[in-house]
Design a protein. Structure first.
Length: 83
């Protein structure tokens, strides 16, 4: 079972896909870089991260800490985060 949730363009040759997946009976949130070639299906690369749903609350906290640090350093404006 695998269900793609979203895709984020990384550059003209790569995209990041976030997927809910199972591997050997383990449920995972898979964040993987896919190579994009003209006239071909995107192919997964070794670049990526798979997170257990049990770790998701800690992962979200870490993302919030990164976000706050980027705002503090001026790398990101709060307005950039508005949806």
């Amino acid at each position: 079972m695998s269900k793609q949730i979203c895709e984020i363009p990384k550059n003209s040759r790569e995209a990041i896909k976030l997927t809910l997946a199972e591997f050997k009976g383990h449920k995972l949130i898979d964040m993987r870089v896919y190579a994009i070639e003209e006239s071909k299906e995107p192919t997964p690369t070794k670049k990526g991260l798979a997170v257990s749903p049990a770790l998701w609350p800690e992962f979200r906290k870490a993302l919030a800490q990164i976000e706050a640090a980027m705002i503090q350093k001026g790398w990101l404006d709060r307005e950039d985060l508005e949806i």
